[in-house]
Design a protein around this ligand. Structure first.
Ligand code: TRP
Length: 453
């Protein structure tokens, strides 16, 4: 193990919570969550999602925190330190590899967001047009989406090069409050729209007849993605926590902020979507890039300036959310390159940014000129997403729980979660029960369903 650079730490409690919440709050909350709610029947899905966050998300997050903070190392080294010479290290390797894969396609979607933001502000978005054709023409273009993705990658790179304190912590402290403020403004605006009543009823009135096994499993998968679990991102961030950071409390705060933002995104999107006739909430991934611009265009037809402001703020929100998440994905890989290969941060982050962008180019082209190139019937984009979110992520969650619940010494776990016994944690036995039995069984079910269902 080579380590030449001194490790930074987060300097304040607020910095810790905002950076970890920044990792969690991302496209998953503003884009994927409302889409899943729309597809899976509204309020009943939200209730099940909440149960998954509390029963699965919080304990897995605490486990990642304790592994990272105990070892103060990147994810791969963390597992090697806790279980020298054992196979558990594979989890760290898979985590870093998948963070890299996710970052490559996350950058492409974030690039689309940046393009939509620029177009909203220039007034090019809200002109009556066929938004589906508009989106297809843009995303299949061989150059423009790549340029926007590259700009997004540069923004992420620019933060990561600055390191933990003056990069990640500083920018999370600026971007997260901005994000929360924008969400607040957009929720208020959305409540004033004509479809607010229908939208809210859809979100608040559960219809349990829609709940099936696959809805429960989608809720769990969504919780994993949204909370940034199982891929070592939070483990890496926790390695920069100091010995007085309260892990249990931080995990609860991060899960609460993430869930709050996801639900509020629903409160922004559904009232808007129901304000326009003949638009369905279950439009799939096109919700944000096809349905919403259409809704903004129709809803603000008479006052285009408000439309520009509303859509501009919405895409800015999505961009900020994506940026703080991309930072955590980038950092998990960069920390490994710095510490295991002894490469300075500047060079290590440049290597990660460039190689990830090269994969990103493949992902982006898979919507256009490379759409016919498939591996196992999937385009590059589909393949990366499938490997990451359907295979390696649930498997990673399973391994982390087995590691914390069965392999690690119970005293070590207790000491880490209670800062050496100084912070009371009355539910410790419940935590152990969850990570030993409940979470592994639950994840094994998702896994089997995703692969064979
Ligand atoms: N949680 C982020 C979102 O909601 C995405 C993300 C960041 C992520 N880091 C991760 C997902 C690690 C899985 C694993 O968009």
């Amino acid at each position: 193990m080579k380590v030449t650079e001194k490790r930074d730490n987060f300097t304040s409690k607020l910095g810790v919570v905002l950076a970890a919440a920044g990792s969690a709050v991302g496209l998953g909350n503003v884009w994927r969550f409302p889409t899943e709610v729309g597809n899976n029947g509204g309020a009943a899905f939200i209730l099940i999602y909440l149960l998954c966050v509390i029963g699965v998300g919080v304990p897995v997050m605490m486990s990642e925190f304790l592994i990272g903070r105990h070892t103060h190392a990147n994810t791969i080294t963390a597992f090697s330190k806790l279980a020298p010479g054992k196979w558990w290290r594979i989890e760290g390797v898979a985590g870093v590899f998948v963070a890299f894969l996710i970052l490559s396609y996350y950058t492409v979607i974030s690039g689309w967001t940046l393009y939509y933001l620029v177009q909203s502000l220039r007034g090019g978005l809200l002109v009556s047009q066929d938004y589906s054709a508009y989106f297809t023409a843009f995303s299949s273009d061989p150059y423009i989406p790549i340029i926007y993705a590259a700009v997004f990658m540069l923004m992420t790179h620019w933060v990561i090069v600055r390191g933990v304190q003056s990069g990640i912590e500083r920018f999370s402290k600026i971007m997260m409050p901005m994000l929360l403020l924008i969400i607040g403004i957009l929720v208020v605006c959305s409540f004033g729209m004509p479809g607010a009543g229908t939208g809210l009823r859809f979100l608040l009135k559960p219809d349990f007849s829609k709940v099936t096994a696959s809805v429960v499993l989608s809720a769990m998968g969504q919780a994993f993605f949204s909370l940034s679990l199982a891929m070592g991102c939070l483990c890496t961030y926790a390695s920069y926590f100091t010995s007085d950071t309260k892990l249990v409390k931080t995990a609860f705060s991060v899960c609460s902020i993430d869930t709050f933002v996801a639900v509020l995104s629903g409160f922004i999107i559904f009232p808007a979507v129901f304000s326009v006739p003949n638009v369905n909430p279950d439009e799939g991934p096109g919700l944000v890039f096809v349905t919403l611009p259409n809704v903004f265009n129709i809803a603000f037809h008479n006052v285009p300036v408000l439309g520009y402001a509303f859509s501009g703020m919405f895409y800015l929100l999505l961009l900020l959310a994506a940026l703080t998440s991309a930072m955590s994905l980038h950092e998990s890989v960069t920390a490994y390159v710095i510490e295991s290969m002894g490469i300075p941060r500047k060079k290590a982050s440049a290597m990660v940014s460039c190689s990830c962008m090269a994969l990103g180019v493949l992902c982006s082209l898979s919507f256009g000129v490379l759409s016919d190139v498939t591996v196992f019937g999937l385009t590059f984009f589909g393949l990366f997403d499938f490997c990451a979110s359907k295979i390696i992520m649930p498997a990673g969650g399973l391994v982390i729980c087995l590691f914390a619940g069965w392999y690690l010494d119970r005293k070590l776990v207790y000491n880490e979660l209670t800062n050496g016994g100084t912070v009371p944690f009355r539910l410790f036995r419940l935590y152990v029960f969850l990570v030993r039995y409940v979470v592994p069984v639950a994840i094994a079910l998702i896994f089997i369903n995703e692969l064979f269902g």
